[in-house]
Design a binder for this molecule. Structure first.
Ligand code: ZN
Ligand code: ZN
Length: 234
């Protein structure tokens, strides 16, 4: 039985998914369930979509038509039940036990790009951050930076509010995002691992990567906790 994460406060010392008394935020049973339901396996394209049969360095058809802007995308989890519920509960309520559970999932793997100089969170606009009281990508990036022993350097600023990306066509999204980000001059010559919580269309990450390259970044790659699979090759 999963908690109704949207309505209940999650008590401490319980599994965030099944409410079993548990010292960790996720019990071993739910952890196995999450792996069964949500772990991504097999080759991923640069856009972090599963692409069976793709050789290293090859791009999926969608990326051939519109390159993602960053050099590689890393993601271990599919954004589907029950992980989507956890991420949403965290986004909207910022509950600490959920944060701990997501951090456990995020830091389960070694740094996928050992040459990275630094981690940079994809910034939420201040207005959305103000409504929520925190920035989930930034908190996730901070946990990863501690875990992977890389500096956390916020190199990006949002230029203006961009409306939520879901429910709009691609052309609309590209237009609304073209100048959404500004990268600091300190980006010059750096190998930047951009961190976000969920890759949906990749449009924000593409725009942010362009801004970093324009500011002189040597290489930009992307890490996200989860990937939506609509439009996947399966
Ligand atoms: Zn559990
Ligand atoms: Zn692709």
């Amino acid at each position: 039985m999963f908690f109704n994460l949207f309505e209940e406060r999650i008590p401490a010392n319980r599994c965030v998914l099944c409410a079993r008394p548990e010292a960790d935020a996720l019990c071993a049973h739910c952890r196995r369930e999450l792996e069964r339901c949500c772990a991504l396996s097999g080759p991923l394209c640069r856009c972090a979509l599963p692409a069976p049969g793709l050789q290293p360095g090859e791009l999926c058809g969608r990326c051939l038509r519109q390159p993602p802007g960053f050099r590689a995308g890393y993601c271990d989890w599919a954004y589907r039940f029950p992980l989507d519920r956890l991420i949403n509960a965290y986004k909207h309520q910022g509950q600490l036990p959920v944060e701990r559970a997501l951090e456990t999932l995020a830091t389960g793997a070694p740094l996928p790009w050992p040459e990275a100089d630094l981690l940079c969170p994809l910034p939420a606009h201040w207005r959305r951050r103000w409504v929520r009281g925190f920035d989930q990508a930034e908190r996730l990036a901070a946990a990863l930076a501690r875990h992977w022993r890389r500096p956390l350097v916020p190199l990006l600023r949002r230029r203006r509010a961009t409306p939520p990306q879901q429910g709009h066509g691609r052309a609309w999204r590209v237009r609304s995002l073209r100048h959404a980000f500004q990268a600091l001059p300190a980006s010059r010559g750096r190998r930047v691992l951009l961190v976000d919580d969920v890759i949906t269309t990749g449009a924000s990450l593409r725009a942010a990567s362009h801004a970093l390259y324009e500011a002189g970044a040597e290489e930009v790659r992307v890490w996200a906790l989860a990937r939506t699979l609509e439009g996947s090759h399966r």
